[in-house]
Structures are given as structure tokens and as C-alpha cells.
Write a protein that binds this ligand. Sequence first.
Ligand SMILES: [Zn+2]
Length: 358
Amino acid sequence: MPAETASPPASTAEATETTEQSTGEAPEDVSAGAATHASNLTIRTDYPEFSPNELGRIPVVMFHKFVKAFEPKTEKNYTATFDMYETLLDTLYQGGFRLISMDDFLSGRISVPAGLKPMVFTFDDGTASQFSLTEENGALRVSSDCAVDVLRRFNETHPDFGMHGSFFLNMDMGTNTFPGAGTVPERIMMLLNMGFEIGSHTWGHVDFTADGTRQDIEQALGRNQKALSETIPGLEFRTLALAYGSRPKDKTLRPLLAEGAWEGTGYRNDGIFAVGAAPSVTVFDKRFDPLFIERVRATGKVPAEADLDWWLAEAGTRTFYVSDGNPDTLVMPIGTEKNLDETKTADLTVIAYERKPE
Ligand SMILES: [Zn+2]
């Protein structure tokens, strides 16, 4: 069907391949079973059939380190094997998850196809196993031994999974940021040119619970920004992953995490990320706090409660955000609207529908 033919079909019988076939009885309200095509976008309005939940939670997954094989001394919670990672990508894909960018997560401009679930990938500490370059015949390319390349290869066979991820950097690490071939600016630019994003992880991996004075905070964030600006002029961090998930004990200083300056260099963070331990509510949820956004730890050598595998096994079908496929609507089951932050939905059509009983 050509893109300009956007009028909805008259009944579910004409619905798309992704829409359940009609049971024979045309609904009273034709819109209840209609599907609309616009280019490759499929919009479904037979909500009870596929239970969209655009006030559901989005896992912001936190990765750290990857190894080829575990050794007895391998750290147990923050390290996975590349094989585990590759298997995870397939599990997520089969489970209906699709990657979205950090930018889209924070703006709420979420467009994944109907029935599918958005997910965000984040990577802390700038390790080589997340991303590194090698030099081949004088040209830089992504090393085959890093998570970015595993994701790139997965997208070759599953192009709709998504090539998104946000990397949180400690600029004090200097050339130990994504160690390998190329200069630090070449490494960062390669990531950005592939569509990935970067964020701050503090100058010095500072534990703000222990070192949380005004000066500690301004230096950790402003100095990290200054170093980035000196590395790649014009580039700014807009997000922060708290090292150890730690915040200053003095709550009056916490606004400094979002905005401040150090030695003339200003910084600003629109999203600040914690370390644990649950899928995040979205920006449309009253409970959303952009200055302390929950993440889910990717399962490491030793599985643990509230890690990603745990959530995938234990979360009920009503936990996660499920898209209706239409970025212009916010569709939710009746009963969840109490969490809706109506100050955020001016540009959206909000729709609540009756869920089928479980
Ligand atoms: Zn860290």
C-alpha cells in the first residue's frame, strides 16, 4: 500500500499481517480494529488485542565489561562474556525489545513498531571491551572484539533491532578511554558517527557519597566537560551516569549535578542515571525524576536479583512499555492513567482503553 493511502481500512479483516485477524464480528466502532499504513509505520488501534502500554517501564540497561571467557578471578557482577552478550541480543530481539536512543528516551519521542518494547543500552567506564578500534592498511575500523561490533553484526541480520547506546566517560582516563588504535578524538568521533551517544561519568570516577562538597561536584562534572571540549571542540555532555550511583548526602547540593560550572566551564545534564535496580518509568509518568533515573544492571558472571535476566524472567506482562506504533498518541490501559503527567502530553493524543482480563 503506497504511503499516501493513509485512510484506515473499514474492518479488522483488512488489517495488516501484524494485526490479529477479525473473529468475524465487525466492531461497532470501526476505529477499534483499524490499522493504518504510512510508509513502513504500522499503527494498530485494536488495543485489547495487543495491550499497548505507553506508560509502562523502559529498561535502561547498564553494561560495564566483556571478556572472551570467565576466569576464577573474574569480577562477578559487572562482567559478561561476549557470548552472553550475543545471546542476550537475540533473547531481547525475540522478546520484542528494540533499542532506542538516549535522546529519544529523554524527550519521549519513542517510535518503535506496534506491540514492541523500547530499551536503552548504556555502557560505563569507557572500556576496550565495549568499544575499540584497530588499524588495518592505514585505516581505522571497529575491532571485532568489542560489544559495539557484536551489536553491529547482530544488526546486519536483525536490522530493526537498532544501533543505539550511550557511553559514559571519565575523561581523566586519557588514552585509556576505549584503549586501542586511534586517538581519543578519533575513537569518540567514530562512535558518534555510528549513531551512538556519549555522557559524563565524572572526572575521576568520584563517589559523591564520600566526596560530595560543592567543589567536588563542580570539579568532577566541570572538569570532565572541559576535557571533552578540549578533546573535541563544541561537544557537550548532556547526561551523567553517577559513579557507583552515588549522590551527595547534602540534598541542597544535588541541583549542582544538573547544572554548574568549574573554572569558567559550564556543564548541564538533562538526564542523570543511577546504578540500580529497576526498569525506568518514562518522561510521561508523574514519578519520573530526570535527576535520578533508574537503570538495570546487565547480568554478569553470577546472576543476581534485580539484574536484567531477573527482570526478564520475573517482570509481569504489564511491566514494560509496549508501543502502539504511533508516535503521536499515548495509549494506556485504563487504571494506569493516575500516573500520567499531563504537563508532558500537549502534543499527543492520549487514549485509555479497557484491557482484556488476564
Ligand atoms: Zn563506573
